[in-house]
Design a protein around this ligand. Structure first.
Ligand code: PMP
Length: 313
């Protein structure tokens, strides 16, 4: 579920920095920048999906990612001089320049550049990176999760709604604890002790045929995949509850899954070593996972408005 790290092949790629295409090696930031010193950057992680029948690469929900990006910039009081149109153009330009014709991941970041303290408002730079990203290995088999002892940071402290790099120090603590203790990933409670989200994805459970997910006021990122899943579930006539979720509802659930741009729809088959439902991937999860893959890859009649085509032919 973690973002692919720059590999050797990444080093041969290009990136767009402040609208200029530069070699990967030249996309650098100063050690005394607020971005470096305080983790003052906001970002989006998007996926591009290759549709082989149409010979087309689709960026999934680019518009919604850019709206959230803009909101993160504003809420963190970055004084950005650029427009979201420039980011969209750069993203398309980069994917074309690097001839992306396979599933990929796009990283878009705005950061406090130059040299300064944590309270400066600029200069704000931005960058776009795109690299290959195959589907995660466990989307079919599912994962073992636990409930972390680390709490998700609160809306009143470091709001998860703002997708800021610094938030991922909190995610890191939970992810490490989970993995050291032998789980694949963590489920974090919010500061009220209710279910929040994973370190890098939102969470859904299924109980008695109802699809349940913490509300957006539960101290979580307003996930675009969460919104997508809710729309797909609605289209299927599945009943939905967005509300506070108790920890014990996790154990009482018939099905559970993480959802996120990187995670996609990732079944959770045990929580704190208790099997979720039968301990196998459940029918609602499978159905929504299939619908999700169809939607992102542009199959069927699902919401083409979510897709931005990269290639003209
Ligand atoms: N929560 C957290 C903490 C995340 O990092 C992510 C991934 N961006 C998500 C939820 C899912 O958000 P989205 O569906 O917009 O990718």
């Amino acid at each position: 579920m973690s973002d692919a790290l720059p590999t050797e092949s990444a080093k041969t790629r290009q990136m767009v920095v402040n609208g200029t295409t530069v070699p990967f090696a030249d996309a650098t930031v100063h050690l005394m920048s607020p971005a470096m010193r305080y983790g003052l950057n906001v970002f989006e992680g998007l996926r591009g999906y290759w549709n082989d029948d149409e010979r087309q690469l689709y960026i999934f929900r680019l518009q919604e990612h850019l709206e959230r990006f803009d909101q993160s910039i504003r809420l963190l009081r970055f004084k950005a001089e650029f427009r979201m149109d420039a980011i969209a153009d750069a993203t398309l330009g980069l994917l074309r320049a690097d001839n992306h014709r396979a599933n990929c991941h796009i990283r878009t970041t705005a950061y406090l550049d130059g040299i300064g303290e944590h309270h400066v408002t600029g200069p704000v730079s931005w960058m776009v990176y795109a690299g290959p990203r195959p589907r995660g290995k466990k989307v079919e088999s599912g994962i073992a999760a636990h409930v972390s002892t680390w709490r998700r940071m609160s809306d009143n402290a470091l709001p998860p709604r703002i997708k800021c790099g610094a938030n991922y120090a909190n995610a890191r603590l939970a992810r490490f604890q989970a993995q050291i203790d032998g789980y694949d990933d963590a489920i974090m409670l919010n500061d009220e002790g209710k279910v929040g989200e994973g370190p890098g994805a939102c969470i859904f459970i299924v109980r008695k045929n109802k699809l349940i997910t913490p509300s957006v006021t539960s101290g979580i990122l307003e996930s675009i995949t969460r919104d997508t899943i809710l729309t797909l579930a609605q289209d299927r006539g599945i009943s939905i509850e967005e509300r506070a979720v108790d920890r014990t509802e996790l154990y009482a659930s018939d099905e559970a899954f993480f959802a996120g741009s990187a995670a996609e729809v990732l079944p959770i088959i045990s929580i704190d070593r208790l099997p979720v439902g039968s301990g196998a991937v459940g029918p609602v999860t499978s159905l929504l996972q299939k619908d999700y893959f169809d939607a992102v890859e542009g199959r069927g009649n699902l919401e083409k408005s979510w897709l931005t085509p990269v290639w003209n032919t």
